[in-house]
Design a protein around this ligand. Structure first.
Ligand code: NAP
Length: 540
């Protein structure tokens, strides 16, 4: 099936394929709503275009920017020459054209990874560890440029983007250390002439499919442990943010990770997915993205019985009890709700506030939200960037419309930002009920829905009343309550008096329909290992 976003392009040399179209027109968005029709300030747009051009030029000359896929260590175009445009979500301008790859390129990437597996797995753990450490050092040495690239293609504020580089690189550093600790086991034998050994061995070729909201970290969280264990990978980044993945892959080569160990293909998602799923050479699929696509990949993996890890969507409750420290609750809730403009799987999706503190919290929270500066991620003091695309804004609009029609009230925002494009006003809405769509689905935008509850039991019931089970938060100064509620929440991650919970040293992952498996920490290593039991007999 053809990819609807692919366009035919003559085969420009690599350098011409980057930033060729900075002045090209914006994609025609679907019919705007009344709020969307607000005029765009042309001067502002011109100004941010200049910033983007400067950043683009600097990155282009830095040498690690690529606009081709990586197959067997070679930078590669789509075999039919088709490309996809990568756009800056803050301006709509084309940053680069990358290959629109499909089945054939993916099959070649799988073959390269399969061939490389034979030698990569045989390196000593210490050798793999050294190369991963070097990769980490290079990622950190290019922290600024990688951060700029993330802001350029994903839109998040530069400070947050540079933070993502540190966070993402952390998975490579941790994996470099953990590579040396893949221990087996010896089991006491029930028979005198036998010895029982447990070996841990790499799974094999891994297909890693990642989303756009963390263009670097969602890749390193998979590739770090995979490589540390001796696996090789075929990465499929989101078509919306492939440039960071390609830059990271370039740095992996510079770090001495051999050609074929890390491959990157992008383009026609369903064709690439199908090639990965159907190949018996691919022994593991690791996916981060929406629950709907995760279910398809899980079902598709059955044909060749692959190992599967899924990091899927969330619907995080953030519970503020009457006995919470208001300052701590405000800081934590703001952080978990508005990070990446609300576009993370662990963002608070429902803010449950106990009736005794509800009005006070709503007032203070709305004041804090009102002070958040919205704009291009390169702008000074900007803390809220654009949403990723028009579809994301339309989803936010439809959820708010549904909530208002069922009795919710807009305290702040509730419409597109006057900056135009995909900028949306940071929003607070009250009187939200758990039955409304906004409480059932991932908002994935800068909207904080406030729900009122009376008792601890009611809060736990409301929090668990969803198919998702990724992250949950609670704010209380009562130690007994913090334990009681943490244990009762049906979630893989619980933040108590804390809104930022992700770290490479802890197991990240969800229960229910939020996923299978864990990423990060020693537990994340197990996802890329098979257990082999060896029984040594006849020893008498
Ligand atoms: P998505 O639409 O599911 O896409 C994720 C990845 O899957 C992209 O690379 C996409 O490619 C690819 N894809 C789409 N259809 C495919 C198919 N049929 N076969 C193979 N690959 C396919 O999700 P998204 O919109 O990028 O990301 C947002 C979602 O990710 C949210 O639900 C969020 O909660 C979740 N997420 C979860 C975690 C976690 O750790 N649990 C972390 C971050 C995000 P294209 O982009 O090229 O179409």
């Amino acid at each position: 099936m053809a990819c609807f976003r692919c366009v035919f392009s003559t085969r420009f040399p690599q350098s011409h394929r980057l930033f060729l179209h900075l002045a090209s027109p914006l994609p025609r968005a679907p019919a705007p709503t009344a709020a969307a029709a607000a005029p765009q300030p042309p001067f502002f747009i011109r100004q941010i275009n200049m910033q983007a051009q400067n950043v683009a030029a600097r990155l282009s000359s830095s040498g690690f920017l690529h606009a081709q896929g990586l197959v067997g260590g070679k930078w590669t175009d789509a075999y039919d020459g088709k490309t996809i445009e990568v756009r800056n979500p803050a301006t709509g301008e084309v940053i680069a054209n990358v290959p629109c790859m499909g089945r054939n390129e993916t099959n070649d990437a799988i073959t390269s990874a399969y061939d490389a597996f034979n030698s990569w797995k045989k390196l000593t753990a210490a050798d793999r560890s050294k190369r991963l450490r070097k990769w980490y050092d290079l990622l950190m040495a290019h922290k600024e440029e990688l951060g700029q690239l993330i802001t350029l293609e994903q839109g998040k504020p530069l400070k947050e983007a540079i933070g993502e580089v540190g966070y993402g690189a952390g998975f490579i550093e941790f994996s470099a250390e953990e590579a040396k600790r893949v221990y087996g086991d010896i089991i006491p034998s029930p028979l005198p002439d036998r010895r029982l050994f447990v070996l841990k061995q790499p799974v094999g070729v891994v297909g890693a499919i990642t989303p756009w909201n963390f263009p670097l970290a969602m890749i390193t969280r998979k590739v770090g442990p995979a490589l540390a264990c001796g696996c090789t990978v075929v990465i499929k980044p989101s078509e919306l943010t492939p440039l960071t993945a390609l830059a990271a892959a370039e740095l992996s080569l510079q770090a001495g990770i051999p050609p074929g160990v890390v491959n990157v293909v992008m383009g026609n998602a369903s064709e690439i997915g199908e090639a990965l799923l159907s190949s018996p050479k691919v022994r593991k699929i690791t996916f981060t993205g929406s629950t709907a696509v995760g279910k398809k990949l899980m079902a598709g993996s059955a044909g060749t019985v692959k190992k599967v890890s899924l990091e899927l969507g969330g619907n995080a409750p953030c519970i503020v009890f009457d006995d919470a420290d208001l300052e701590v609750a405000l800081k934590g809730t703001l952080a978990t709700k508005f990070r990446n403009s609300g576009q993370t799987c662990v963002c608070a999706n429902r803010i449950l506030v106990q009736e005794g503190i509800y009005d006070k919290f709503a007032d203070a929270f709305s004041t804090a939200v009102q002070n958040m500066k919205v704009g291009n991620g390169f702008g000074e003091d900007v803390v809220q960037g654009p949403l990723i695309n028009e579809a994301a804004v339309q989803k936010v609009e439809s959820l708010i419309k549904d909530a208002i029609s069922k009795g919710a009230k807009v305290i702040l925002g509730g419409k597109r930002h006057s900056l135009g494009m995909t900028f949306y006003e940071p929003t607070v809405i009250s009187d939200v009920k758990n039955e409304m769509l906004i409480s059932r689905e991932e908002v994935f935008g800068p909207v904080a829905p406030l729900l009122k509850f009376k008792t601890e039991e009611e809060a736990i019931h409301m929090a668990n009343d969803t198919n998702a089970g990724l992250a949950a938060y609670l704010f209380t100064t009562n130690v007994q309550r913090s334990w009681r509620v943490s244990e009762a929440l049906e979630y893989g991650i619980v933040g108590v008096n804390e809104g930022i919970v992700s770290t490479e040293v802890a197991p990240f992952g969800g229960v229910k329909q939020s996923g299978v498996g864990r990423e990060g920490s020693k537990y994340g290593m197990d996802e890329y290992l098979e257990i082999k039991y060896v029984c040594l007999g006849n020893l008498s």
